[in-house]
Design a protein around this ligand. Structure first.
Ligand code: GLA
Length: 346
């Protein structure tokens, strides 16, 4: 694929600071974009088929609307093409090149970055009238229908609308949003636990089902509508713990969004991790270990697992001047126990 492309677009991954497993409960989230991005380039190829080349995977997949790809990675792009066509876009045959430095499979939304970049590229190529929120909505639909993860809309909204300098508070029910500055003097650090994680194969869809069951038993549309902790007392133990996580996590996001004090913000992140570990049960021993090392370092305000969990990355809010020494010290200790932790951000 050497000839010039007709359109090029990109989109970032994201790290979520607070508000985990709240988005599919109509709740609140607080992600920030990361500097790593996925770039998608497209060129009309004069056929009715698609040739998708993934640069880093050194892999080319060929498919058409009549013959969908079987490859997991290609299904994200295919899903975006199908959904754009369903919105009455006339999609010609295309050579598509994807190149990305968003870490994959660690909870930094590499799939959302791919979907959003694909849709942005299609928007540019075909002058489609999609705004950034519609792009996020289509991207989420592509993930649900073609990658079969019943995800919420946080990742796609973050990839489509968040910047790297400020977090984006999103009400996932109304999609209202506003920028939230990071506490003064703090920097975001992301470390990978080195434990692989696959969303669809994990308990993600199961957790979502449990939240829906809890909401049904409580007679509310979604767990966002739980009025207080008293209300969940009558749920059976497992559903009560799932609902308690969602309720307390929403409260933490709203509190953090008003906070300028890094230490207090960090405490909310620590509490979020405990809740994800004990009530929501999406942590792993390795994530717990890495988070504990981060939390006990004097250069760290707070730390928690980030993304869906079941492996993947942790996020910490660090004192700006100490961020690199925190990363080095914590990784040295963690990897001394035989793990393969690594620094992803900054
Ligand atoms: C994944 C999903 C998001 C969100 C998080 C957990 O990243 O794609 O919609 O549910 O997990 O907060």
């Amino acid at each position: 694929m050497s000839a010039a492309f007709d359109a090029v677009a990109d989109a970032p991954g994201r790290v979520n600071l607070l508000g985990e497993h709240t988005d599919y409960n109509d709740g609140f989230v607080l992600p920030v974009a990361i500097r790593q991005r996925t770039r998608v380039s497209m060129r009309r190829n004069g056929t009715a088929a698609f040739a998708l080349h993934a640069k880093e995977l050194a892999q080319t997949v060929r498919f058409s609307f009549d013959e969908p790809p079987t490859d997991h990675f290609a299904s994200y792009v295919y899903g975006c093409l199908v959904l754009a066509r369903a919105r009455r876009a006339q999609i010609p045959g295309l050579d598509i090149e994807v190149s990305s430095d968003v870490p994959m499979g660690v909870g930094l939304s590499s799939s959302a970055a791919l979907e959003v970049a694909t849709l942005r590229c299609l928007r540019e190529l075909l002058s489609l009238p999609f705004d950034d929120v519609e792009i996020a909505q289509l991207a989420q639909k592509a993930e649900i229908e073609f990658a079969h993860v019943r995800c919420g809309i946080m990742d796609q909204m973050a990839s489509s609308l968040a910047g790297t300098e400020r977090a984006l508070l999103i009400d996932t029910r109304s999609l209202d949003r506003r920028d939230v500055p990071l506490p003064l003097g703090s920097v975001v650090l992301v470390l990978d636990s080195g434990v692989a994680r696959t969303l669809a194969g994990s308990g993600y869809n199961q957790r979502r089902g449990e939240c829906e069951a809890a909401a049904r038993q409580l007679g509310v549309v979604s767990l966002r509508d739980v009025p207080g902790l008293d209300a969940i007392e009558r749920l059976p133990d497992l559903l009560r713990r799932r609902a308690r996580h969602v309720f307390t996590e929403n409260a933490r996001v709203l509190q953090a969004a008003e906070m300028t004090d890094a230490a207090a913000f960090g405490q909310l992140m620590n509490a979020s991790h405990a809740s994800l570990r004990d009530d929501y049960e999406v942590s792993t021993p390795e994530l717990d270990q890495l988070v504990a090392l981060l939390q006990s370092h004097p250069g760290v305000y707070g730390a928690r697992l980030t993304g869906a969990g079941f492996g993947g990355a942790c996020v910490a809010l660090c004192k700006a001047q100490h961020v690199q020494s925190v990363a080095d010290a914590v990784l040295a200790q963690y990897n001394a126990a035989g793990h393969k932790g690594r620094q992803l951000v900054p």
